[in-house]
Design a protein around this ligand. Sequence first.
Ligand SMILES: NC(=O)c1ccc[n+]([C@@H]2O[C@H](COP(=O)([O-])OP(=O)(O)OC[C@H]3O[C@@H](n4cnc5c(N)ncnc54)[C@H](OP(=O)(O)O)[C@@H]3O)[C@@H](O)[C@H]2O)c1
Length: 422
Amino acid sequence: MFMNDETFFCTINVFIFVLQNVINTFTQTAKHSRCSFYGNVNVGKDVTIGELQQAYHAVILSYGAEGNRRVGVPGEDLRGVYSAKDFVGWYNGLPSCRELSPDLSCETAVILGQGNVALDVARILLSPLDALKKTDITQPALEALAESQVRKVLIVGRRGPMQIACTIKELREMVNLPGTRPEMVAADFEGVPEALKDLPRPRKRLTELLMKTAMEVPGDKELERRKNATKIWGFRFYRSPTEIFADPSHSRTASIRLAVNRLEGSGERAQAVLTGEVEDVSCGLVISSIGYKSLPIDPSVPFDSRRAIVPNSVGRVHQAAGLYCSGWLKTGPTGVIATTMNNSFDTARSLLEDVDSGTLDISTGKPGSQIVSMLLEERGVKPVTFSDWEKIDSLEMRKGEACGKPREKLLTVEEMLKVART
Ligand SMILES: NC(=O)c1ccc[n+]([C@@H]2O[C@H](COP(=O)([O-])OP(=O)(O)OC[C@H]3O[C@@H](n4cnc5c(N)ncnc54)[C@H](OP(=O)(O)O)[C@@H]3O)[C@@H](O)[C@H]2O)c1
């Protein structure tokens, strides 16, 4: 996004979350007379960061985390093993994940990791089709889920119930998912009731809900609901994956070996330590959901490969005057929309402080968007404007309306460009 006062350039962080006020804010900003929107431009390839810095006084990198962390165990590349990043991209209509076609012909799925993404994936695998039909999930995903044989989802974590990474709202949605019942292992909760009183409040409430779901005998209504459930989900704690095995005849996933852990230390910082014991779980689908990671896009920008972030102080990129960052690229892949929003306000404040203090020199003019447009044209790159995007948006909405969904997404870049340019 280019600001026409010739001062700022931001790469846009594309969030999958479809929150109306987020959409409204983006639309308002993109339509602002001092803002230019350039879609379908690959920064680092079509235009370099150095060129943007020559065009603008400040460049803010906010391109998120499009890589995923690998579990790093043998069998991770088998058919039937997917990253949550690709799986989520597939049901959300990301063009690069269109061909994923996950094999859902098994009964049991194992999800590695216990964050909100893991819960999102579990919910998609287990949700009643009628509920999914009203969302903007893609038609191919809907058709594949209609044929899915998955009846049980195990969400596996290397640490214990008091270290679970999801948040209470997402856990509650899982607990209340129609047609499903929870199935946990009572031994995983040993010592938790005693530790409850010393937990900080949000963690305490989350653990209480977890314990209630796992241990309490439910009331009549809930009992009836669980009795009628046809699908099962459950957390498995203190388990780390060590190997994924194939079915010898079909070379697809057949089971996963989990090492049994114990905890050293307590609270958020407790560490999982191997006990030497292992157990095998039969499953035909493994989805690893152990976190996303940012990727470097331009060799001229400092990048901390170990932490997969751009090294920065409150959004000021180290050793790169005029370069700023925000979002997951700045902090690592953590936090909900509000966290990311506040984090971007901090970066904006840093930038304004630098203008005030003179650290960011804006005394001489910069050519701004004109020069960028010129460079793109020279290179044969035809950007998508905001009104082009609005054509795609309105077609997707109309297609969705025709089948009772909020939106039916276009699934290839070619289709999108065709619509944008008509
Ligand atoms: N509805 C929403 O608001 C929503 C939806 C989706 C995502 N988000 C947010 O997006 C952020 C990213 O979510 P996320 O679920 O991808 O990440 P996350 O919350 O960081 O969870 C990652 C999970 O993977 C585990 N893990 C990490 N490395 C591992 C390893 N080597 N072996 C085994 N397990 C490992 C973690 O366990 P340890 O704790 O032991 O490291 C944790 O359970 C989060 O802040 C999340 O809240 C929010």
